[in-house]
Design a protein around this ligand. Structure first.
Ligand SMILES: [Zn+2]
Ligand SMILES: [Zn+2]
Length: 256
């Protein structure tokens, strides 16, 4: 069964989707889902993007099945490694995504992050932050949305072109490959052919550097986004020789 491995429900500050809405939509589509609630420790706004993990398991444990897995999306930052590691160690997640959302205490979503700065400068900083986090966040399963910055960057062309950042992207991909981590094919932006053209060389390079597994995730915050563009994600994986997996009890399983 196809598994959409990146879904946000009510425990995520920016989602109003209930677990039942998510399950109903997944059932209609005939896909399984992994709930991956946002945990961005030390987020610039107090109490945003953090949730009570005990409540999460208390409320959702009963839904756990081969159609629903319980994960978390950790916002990676250098000053929260120990606390994030403790969270992963002390809880029985099926799956842990590591993502870069905040750099220098500013959410990449925020336009202040781009103010008076060039794309080169910002994107180099983005990949530097990813590299230094990945070196220490060895307790994640998959790197979330490598193209996250391209969603929000205030540049005329926000796409990430491998050739422009090859040295740094290689470092990111090598760390993942050496540690046998997955890379996420985030499906939010891949319906755009220009985006696809920019991202495919990155996923191909992951394979060339020894990476073998990928997760596919919609990053849905609404039912209608669940499973979105999964046909494209499956094509990307095949084209790049990557095997799509989902995680159960932190162990990867191939999606057939
Ligand atoms: Zn994210
Ligand atoms: Zn997400």
């Amino acid at each position: 069964m196809i598994v959409d491995t990146h879904i946000h429900t009510l425990f995520s500050s920016d989602s109003k989707m209930t677990i039942n809405q998510a399950l109903q939509k997944a059932n209609e589509l005939g896909v399984a889902i992994t709930v991956t609630e946002h945990m961005d420790l030390a987020y610039p706004e107090p109490d945003a993007f953090v949730f009570d993990i005990t409540d999460y398991f208390n409320e959702y444990e009963k839904y756990r099945s081969e159609n629903l897995y319980l994960g978390i999306e950790l916002g990676m930052r250098q000053d929260c490694i120990a606390d994030n590691s403790t969270i992963v160690m002390n809880n029985q997640f099926d799956y842990v995504i590591g993502s870069i959302h905040v750099i220098d205490n500013i959410d990449i979503y925020n336009e202040d992050f781009y103010h008076m700065r060039s794309k080169q400068e910002v994107y180099h900083q983005y990949f530097d932050s990813m590299i230094s986090c990945l070196k220490t966040y060895d307790f994640i399963d998959s790197l979330g949305h490598i193209d996250y910055i391209a969603r929000y960057a205030r540049f005329e062309n926000p796409e990430i072109y491998y050739n422009e950042y090859s040295e740094k992207i290689d470092k990111v991909l090598k760390i993942l490959a050496q540690n046998q981590k997955a890379i996420e094919i985030n499906t939010r932006r891949i319906a755009d052919p220009a985006t696809l053209e920019a991202l495919i060389p990155i996923y191909k390079r992951f394979y060339a550097l020894g990476g073998r597994i990928a997760t596919a995730g919609s990053d849905a915050h609404k039912p209608e986004d669940i499973g979105k563009n999964f046909n494209i994600a499956m094509n990307i994986a095949e084209m790049c020789n990557l095997k799509l997996v989902y995680f159960e009890n932190r162990v990867p399983h191939f999606i057939k």
